[in-house]
Design a protein around this ligand. Structure first.
Ligand SMILES: [Zn+2]
Length: 439
C-alpha cells in the first residue's frame, strides 16, 4: 500500500497535472514535487533521475494535483443533500433548509462539522468557503473543527434581519446583534493559523436582509480586511422579490452596489440571470462569482452564460452549493457545468467553438478559485513558492474496465476525472504540506 507523508518537509514522485499561472499546463508523466518544512513547494518538475532525493515517496501511478477550491457551500444543509430536486428556491429553503439551519446549534455543529470537513477533503477539496447558520456559537464550533482538521476555510455566520428562522429574538434587536456577533467572530478567527482560516461577513441575500444590514456588514468586512459573501440572481422568484423589496434599485446587483459591498473581496454565488449592465458593473467592481452549476440544475434555477461572462472578464470559480448542489465533489460540479454549457450550445445560446475543454474546468476549479479569493500567489497550482495544498488521486479507479490503463493525454485524463469520477479516487490530501483526514 502506498504511504503518504504526514508533515513537511517531504518529496513526492507522481504524475503531475496542474494549471500554471502563465496560462500553460504542467503535464509531467513522471515528476517530482518537493515541499519544505514550512509547507511551501520548493521544486516542481520531471523526475531528475540520479539527482533525485533518496527519500521521495513514490506515489506512481497516482496523479498529484492542486487541491480543489469550493467557493460556496452551506455546512448545516449537508444532511439534506439530494432532497427536493426541482423545487423552486424559496419553497426548497422553507421545506428542507431552514429547519436544518434552525437546529444547527453548537452541539450539532460539534458533531457534524468535523465530518463535513473530512468529507470535503475526501472529495479532493482543500479550500472551502462556507456559510453556517445564524447562530454565533455553532459558527465558532465550525471554525474550531476546521482549525483542528487542517482544511483551509473561509467561514461566515449567516445574517438575516428579515424572514429569519430565529423566532426567539426581538426583531428590533436582530440587526445590532448580528453585526456584533459577526464582528466578534471575525476578530477571533480571521487570519488564524497564518491565514489558513478567514472570515466572511455573510448576509444571506437581499430577500432576507435590510439595506442597513447589507451596508453595515460590508463596512465591517472592509474594516477587518475580511471577505463579504452573499447570493445574487439565482432564481426567478427571488429576483421578483428583490425588485419588490428594493424598488429604488436599478437591478439586483445595484442593491449590493448601493450598500458599498462590491469589490475584490466580495464573493457572489450564482449570478446566473444578469443583465448586460449588471455583468459590466460586476466586472468593473472586481467582484468575484461562485458558479454553482450542479445546484442550478438541481433547483431548476437556470443556466449561467459562462462563455459570455468570461469574455467580459469576470473572475469565476466553482462552488458545490451543497445542499442545493447534491454533492460536495467539485469534480461532479465540473461535470454539471460542462453539461450546462452543452445544453446552451445545443439550443443556440452559446458558441460551441469557444467551449471549455476538460482542462479548462480543472483550471477554474483550482487556480480560478484561488484567483476569486485573491490567493492565486499562494494556492491553486503546483508551482514553486506556493503553499503545498495538494491532492493525490488514483486514476485507475476511473477506467471503465478494471485493469485498463488510465489515459496518457492530459485532456483525456481530465475528462475521465470529470465525467467518470470515483468516490474513492482521492487517496490523500495535504494543506500547507500537512496531511488532512479524509474520514
Ligand atoms: Zn448557497
Amino acid at each position: 500500500m502506498t504511504s503518504f507523508p504526514a508533515a513537511p518537509p517531504f518529496a513526492l514522485r507522481a504524475r503531475l497535472l496542474s494549471p500554471l499561472a502563465s496560462g500553460r499546463l504542467l503535464d509531467e508523466p513522471d515528476g517530482l514535487v518537493e515541499v519544505n518544512e514550512r509547507g511551501r513547494i520548493t521544486r516542481v518538475g520531471g523526475w531528475p533521475g540520479a539527482e533525485a532525493p533518496a527519500s521521495a515517496f513514490d506515489l506512481r501511478p497516482m496523479v498529484l494535483m492542486p487541491g480543489m477550491v469550493d467557493l460556496h457551500a452551506h455546512l448545516p444543509q449537508i444532511p439534506n443533500a439530494g432532497l427536493g430536486s426541482g423545487l423552486d428556491l424559496l419553497t426548497w429553503l422553507n421545506r428542507y433548509i431552514f429547519p436544518l439551519e434552525r437546529a444547527y446549534d453548537r452541539s450539532v455543529a460539534e458533531r457534524q462539522a468535523p465530518a463535513a470537513w473530512r468529507g470535503f477533503a475526501a472529495a479532493g477539496t482543500t479550500t472551502v468557503v462556507a456559510y453556517t447558520a445564524v447562530w454565533a456559537d455553532s459558527t465558532d464550533a465550525a471554525f474550531a473543527a476546521a482549525e483542528e482538521h487542517g482544511i483551509r476555510a473561509v467561514i461566515g455566520k449567516v445574517m438575516m434581519d428579515r424572514l429569519t428562522y430565529d423566532t426567539d429574538i426581538d426583531p428590533s434587536e436582530i440587526l445590532e446583534t448580528s453585526l456584533r456577533q459577526s464582528d466578534e467572530l471575525a476578530s477571533r478567527w480571521h487570519g488564524r493559523d497564518e491565514g489558513r482560516l478567514s472570515y466572511a461577513f455573510t448576509p444571506r441575500f437581499a430577500v432576507s436582509c435590510s439595506a442597513e444590514m447589507l451596508r453595515e456588514s460590508a463596512l465591517l468586512a472592509k474594516r477587518h480586511g475580511a471577505y463579504w459573501q452573499t447570493h445574487l440572481s439565482e432564481d426567478a422568484g427571488e429576483i421578483t422579490e428583490v425588485r419588490r423589496l428594493f424598488p429604488g434599485a436599478r437591478d439586483y446587483l445595484d442593491v449590493y452596489d448601493r450598500a458599498g459591498a462590491l469589490g475584490s473581496r466580495t464573493l457572489l454565488a450564482h449570478a446566473i440571470h444578469l443583465s448586460d449592465g449588471e455583468v459590466g458593473r460586476l466586472v468593473e467592481s472586481g467582484s468575484r462569482v461562485a458558479h454553482c452549476p450542479a445546484s442550478n440544475l438541481f433547483l431548476s434555477s437556470g443556466m449561467m452564460p459562462l462563455g459570455a461572462y468570461r469574455s467580459a472578464g469576470m473572475t469565476v470559480g466553482l462552488g458545490s452549493d451543497v445542499a442545493a448542489g447534491p454533492e460536495v465533489s467539485i469534480f461532479s460540479v465540473m461535470r454539471a457545468g460542462a453539461v450546462t454549457q452543452r445544453v446552451l450550445e445545443l439550443t443556440g445560446r452559446a458558441d460551441a467553438a469557444a467551449a471549455l475543454r476538460p482542462l479548462d474546468w480543472v483550471r477554474m476549479a483550482t487556480l480560478g478559485g484561488a484567483e476569486a479569493l485573491g490567493m492565486q500567489n499562494e494556492i491553486g497550482s503546483l508551482e514553486a513558492g506556493k503553499q503545498a495544498d495538494l491532492i493525490a488521486l488514483d486514476p485507475r479507479l476511473t477506467t471503465p474496465l478494471p485493469g485498463d490503463e488510465p489515459p496518457g493525454d492530459a485532456d483525456d485524463l481530465a475528462s475521465r476525472l470529470i465525467f467518470r469520477p470515483h468516490p474513492n479516487m482521492v487517496r490523500s490530501a495535504w494543506v500547507r504540506g500537512r496531511l488532512v483526514d479524509l474520514g
